[in-house]
Design a protein around this ligand. Structure first.
Ligand code: NAP
Length: 260
């Protein structure tokens, strides 16, 4: 499978790097574009064997999958640039641009039924641990499976309707910031309890990773796991109840609803 990635910044670069480390795509099957030669040089240093070009039209020619990873306000110009070079009968177009919907993508391409995907990863894609949402338009089940498999190489990928993308973005893309804020708060608490900041951060990071792994690997739910650590009258339930008196769960839910 040959991939063209248009825009090789944080997101495009992470996708290129992650895919080249997986088993579906070789670095030599990926071509990345950017505005500047400096960005392309950086990606070549990070991903040996990858192809680069400053010409989007040239880059999409041989691709099976075209990934558009420029800032949302550049999507129209980039699609306008490549639209006459696309073979709609065989090429799939994936946009990772937040907030650019299928109707807009079709309008920019000036084509009614292209095979389109909207893919929303989060920043953990840089370490191949993204929670990624995939929505499709005009795609076959086989094409959907191929795109999900591609992004499964970079973490967990989930097929959703376009209507669920905003909620998914709040929960996973904004959500990573909320998880970080918990980690920061717990780290500050850890310092007050007597650990050095770096040590406290390490302890909290492993604790959060362990909690997530317990749920993912056992299929358990948080309350079951909480019951295992809350001795009646013990210190854990005292801590939890104090957090709830301060509005912990309510604050998280309100924050998520505000970010949709
Ligand atoms: N970062 C995230 O967490 C995240 C999450 C989900 C979705 N997204 C989406 O990902 C997209 C990219 O975001 P980002 O954070 O990766 O931005 P970024 O770091 O600024 O990267 C954008 C890249 O696009 C290149 N570019 C600009 N104009 C171009 C053109 N005409 N042709 C080819 N390349 C061009 C830039 O080249 P130069 O480097 O040479 O300027 C740069 O490499 C956005 O649409 C964003 O909504 C990001």
């Amino acid at each position: 499978m040959k991939i063209a990635i248009l825009g090789s910044g944080n997101m495009g670069g992470a996708i290129a790097k992650g895919l080249s480390q997986g088993s579906i795509v070789k670095a030599s099957d990926i071509i990345c574009t950017a505005k500047s030669a400096a960005t392309l040089q950086k990606i070549q240093e990070e991903v040996p064997g990858i192809n680069t070009s400053q010409c989007n039209r040239e880059a999409v020619k041989d691709a099976d999958v075209i990934i558009v990873a420029v800032k949302p306000w550049f999507v129209a110009a980039v699609l306008d640039e490549i639209r006459e070079s696309i073979d709609y009968s065989r090429q799939m177009i994936i946009s990772v641009a937040a907030g650019v919907n299928f109707a807009q993508l079709k309008e920019y391409l000036q084509f009614d039924n292209p095979v389109l995907f909207r893919v929303i990863p989060n920043t953990a894609i840089a370490v191949r641990c993204s929670m990624t949402f995939v929505a499709s338009c005009n795609a076959t089940a086989e094409q959907e499976s191929a795109v999900v498999a591609l992004f499964e190489e970079l973490g967990c990928a989930m097929l959703v309707d376009e209507a669920q993308i905003a909620a998914g973005t709040a929960l996973a893309s904004c959500g990573i910031a909320y998880a970080m804020r918990y980690i920061r708060a717990a780290t500050e608490g850890g310092v007050e309890l007597g650990f050095r900041p770096a040590v406290a951060q390490k302890i909290v990071s492993y604790t959060v990773q362990g909690a997530a792994q317990l749920l993912l690997q056992s299929g358990s739910n948080p309350e079951t796991e909480i019951d295992k650590v809350t001795t009646p009258g013990g210190i854990t339930i005292k801590g939890l109840n104090e957090m709830e008196h301060c509005g912990f769960s309510s604050a998280v839910i309100k924050g998520l609803k505000a970010s949709k």
